[in-house]
Design a protein around this ligand. Structure first.
Ligand code: CTP
Length: 477
């Protein structure tokens, strides 16, 4: 396999415009990275894209190739809608980003820029074809870890590319793509990343990798399952040693939850948690954290249904709460508190999970109130006091419970989530004032009434609503 496969810079050069186009960045995305390289050259710096984007570009090229498509067809790449690039600069990243932001306003449209002086990094959000494109720039460095799980101390020492990559997690994330015009799109593979992509292997770079940063255990699973790769035998045994040595104890709950959140956003999150369980990684977080049939079924339902429900602006937050509730649902209350403490869940998140649990039992008690062909306004009156998360979780839970009680409640909730909760009267408070209803409390009451009538299809247009108001409240003030 390895021998047959070669990636040349012309091929990458041809694929990149296509990749930026397909993500909605048009030609501008491709031009942006070329311009960054040209600017770096003009001040004698070398800039490379490195990490996940390069790994995925290589996989993209393998997926595009008829000879290798079958082998890689399970790999999920470019999962996010917005691209997120990492650029490594041999020399000072700040020199490059200062120049980008100050001297070339016509070429680089910058939405936000953040410099982190101590770390020698800058985070820049460009506006490309009207869409945000985030690029993190870092000066090449070496890193050392004072204790397991702590954040590293950084040494920006003008290191070479091969010295810099040693601090990274896996070989497949160490391949660098040159942006300088004299070397445009050539690949620098100093740690054997291409060979591991061809072997579909996740390998660490050194034996202390998981001790330095135990969250890499989660990352290894993330890439393995997402890309359809496997963790290499050596890496697996180093991982097991780190787990047996309780390295996870040094990692804060916040960092662990952030890794969980990454899994929630993958295509089939339950597969990742099953693998974590098998490796003993969940138990290493907390002895009682597990992933049984009940969690798995709930995870499956949530993933499959999440697209169906409009979660609105705060969608990913709600999804996070629902997944956390599903993960912790099999724990008895005392253990729930203990595990939440280990995960560093703040009182807001804990409160929302509690609320879901309370709402579930309240909803169970309501199943008798729901009957066939119930009016939408009745459904609304009963369900409006529940949170979206509670309702969604209830329907999903009902499914995995396979207890067919409260079928009309279930139907009512589905109707409420899909339609009823979005119904709003066409008239506004101002319209009511113009119609002579000036008192605030009455105004609220009338709007509530209009909403219920609209839900039941009794009022269809704004004119219908106005006639109703004039008829019923016209002379009342
Ligand atoms: N990295 C690392 N160790 C970590 C986190 C990150 O070595 N614990 C390095 C890896 O080289 C990684 C890069 O930083 O490729 C960027 O991190 P991140 O954006 O989290 O990873 P991606 O590989 O881009 O993952 P994704 O595809 O999920 O965005």
């Amino acid at each position: 396999m390895k021998g047959k496969f070669k990636i040349n810079k012309d091929k990458i050069g041809r694929l990149l415009p296509e990749i930026f186009e397909s993500r909605g960045y048009g030609k501008e995305g491709f031009n942006l990275i070329k311009n960054i390289g040209a600017l770096a050259s003009s001040i004698d710096l070398k800039a490379f894209i490195i990490g996940g984007f390069v790994r995925d570009v290589l996989l993209y090229s393998l997926l595009k190739d008829k000879k290798t498509f079958q082998r890689y067809k399970k790999a999920k790449i470019f999962l996010k809608n917005e691209l997120d690039l990492d650029v490594i600069v041999l020399g000072s990243a700040h020199r490059l980003t200062s120049l980008l932001s100050k001297d070339h306003p016509g070429i680089f449209k910058i939405e936000r820029i953040k410099l982190h002086k101590d770390f020698g990094t800058s985070s820049v959000v460009f506006s490309v074809n009207g869409k945000p494109l985030k690029i993190d720039f870092a000066s090449s460095r070496t890193e050392s870890y004072r204790s397991h799980g702590a954040l590293p101390s950084v040494n920006i020492n003008g290191s070479t590319l091969s010295e810099d990559v040693v601090r990274r997690d896996f070989t497949i994330n160490t391949i660098a793509l040159s942006l300088n015009p004299e070397d445009l799109f050539s690949l620098k593979d100093t740690a054997g990343g291409i060979s591991d992509i061809l072997d579909k292997k996740i390998s660490i770079l050194h034996d202390l990798s998981f001790n330095d940063d135990p969250t890499r255990i989660f990352r290894a699973v993330r890439f393995e399952q997402r890309l359809g790769f496997r963790i290499s035998g050596k890496t697996l045994s180093v991982m097991k040693e780190a787990l047996n040595g309780n390295s996870m104890d040094g990692v804060s709950g916040k960092r662990i939850v952030s890794e969980f959140d990454h899994f929630f956003n993958e295509n089939s999150p339950w597969i990742f948690f099953e693998r974590l369980k098998k490796l003993g990684a969940l138990k290493s977080v907390h002895q009682c954290l597990s992933f049984e049939g009940i969690n798995k079924e709930a995870f499956k339902n949530i993933s499959m249904n999440s697209i169906r429900y409009s979660f609105g602006k705060k969608g990913s937050q709600k999804l996070f709460i629902i997944f956390m509730a599903a993960l912790l649902c099999s724990l008895p209350p005392a253990l729930f508190d203990d595990v939440s403490k280990r995960l560093g869940l703040d009182s807001r998140v804990k409160g929302r999970i509690y609320l879901i649990n309370r709402e579930i039992s309240d909803l169970e008690g309501l199943s008798m109130n729901f009957v066939k062909n119930m009016k939408g306004s009745e459904i609304y009156k009963i369900l409006k006091k529940f949170s979206d998360e509670g309702l969604i979780y209830y329907v999903l839970r009902e499914k995995w419970d396979k207890i067919n009680k409260g079928i009309y409640l279930r139907e009512g909730i589905l109707d409420y989530l899909a339609k009823i909760r979005f119904v709003k009267p066409s008239l506004t408070g101002d319209d009511l004032k113009k119609a002579g209803i000036t008192e605030g409390k009455l105004c609220g009451q009338v709007l509530g009434e209009l909403k219920l009538l609209k839900i039941d299809g009794m009022l269809r247009t704004k004119t219908d609503e106005l006639s109703y108001v004039l008829q019923n409240y016209g002379n009342k003030e």
